[in-house]
Design a protein around this ligand. Structure first.
Ligand code: ZN
Length: 235
């Protein structure tokens, strides 16, 4: 049962749902308020991430101590009046040429005492925002890693008691299984525009097809195959 992971929705948040550690929600609310004050939207492309290797007692090399692994980070594009501002627009060298609301939003993040903007990292990552927990409290980061990664794995598993199908979505490593193949086959049946190789692997092509299908069917285009999308697919 999930105790730490939550799905965050904010009035200014669009794109992928933010799957987050509950402890990061106050920061997300702050980000939402900054966006509201600036009159723009935060289009989320990525939040929590699965570790590519067994969590167990394995030692994580420092370079991969990302706050994405504990649900304390997000990657985003900004959206103002229907226009997207991506990594190329947001990088330091081009930021000054962007509209004031975009510059103001980044300034709010940078001026915050806890939040960090990836544009300030030595390897510039202007679409990234986190709370720096990996540096502020490495021990807590270690504890979070165990809990969050375990919950994340369980999130993608069938619920043992209820027998409900697992949620399907794009993550690394890709989700694989006959349930993914069924979704792919169903999408292919529904039209040429969803054409793909039904390989049972939930990769980028499947993610795009699911998102397009959801958009066409009045569902939240979040790329997550849950009960609503399953029903709409006739599964
Ligand atoms: Zn990131």
């Amino acid at each position: 049962m999930s105790t730490e992971l939550a799905v965050f929705g904010g009035s200014q948040f669009v794109g992928k749902p933010v799957i987050t550690d509950r402890d990061f929600i106050p920061e997300l609310l702050k980000i939402n308020r900054f966006a509201l004050d600036c009159g723009l939207q935060v289009h989320v492309t990525s939040s929590v991430r699965r570790q590519g290797v067994a969590v167990g007692n394995s030692i994580v090399p420092p370079a991969s101590r990302s706050n994405h692994l504990i649900g304390h980070a997000l990657d985003m594009n900004l959206k103002l009046d229907g226009r997207f501002f991506n990594s190329a627009n947001l990088r330091k060298a081009s930021l000054r040429r962007q509209p004031k609301p975009v510059r103001d939003f980044i300034k709010f993040i940078r001026d915050d005492s806890i939040l960090r903007w990836g544009g300030d990292f030595s390897a510039e990552d202007p679409v990234h925002i986190d709370d720096g927990l990996n540096q502020r409290d490495p021990n807590l980061w270690d504890q979070k890693l165990q809990i969050i990664q375990r919950e994340l794995i369980n999130l993608g598993r069938p619920q043992a008691e209820s027998g409900e199908p697992r949620l399907l979505f794009l993550e690394r490593p890709f989700m694989v299984g006959p349930d993914v193949r069924r979704v792919q086959e169903r999408l292919i049946e529904l039209g040429e525009r969803f054409s793909m190789n039904p390989d049972g692997e939930f990769g980028h092509v499947t993610d795009r097809a699911v998102t397009a299908f959801q958009g066409e069917n009045g569902l939240e285009p979040d790329g997550i195959v849950g009960p609503g999308t399953r029903k709409a697919l006739g599964l």
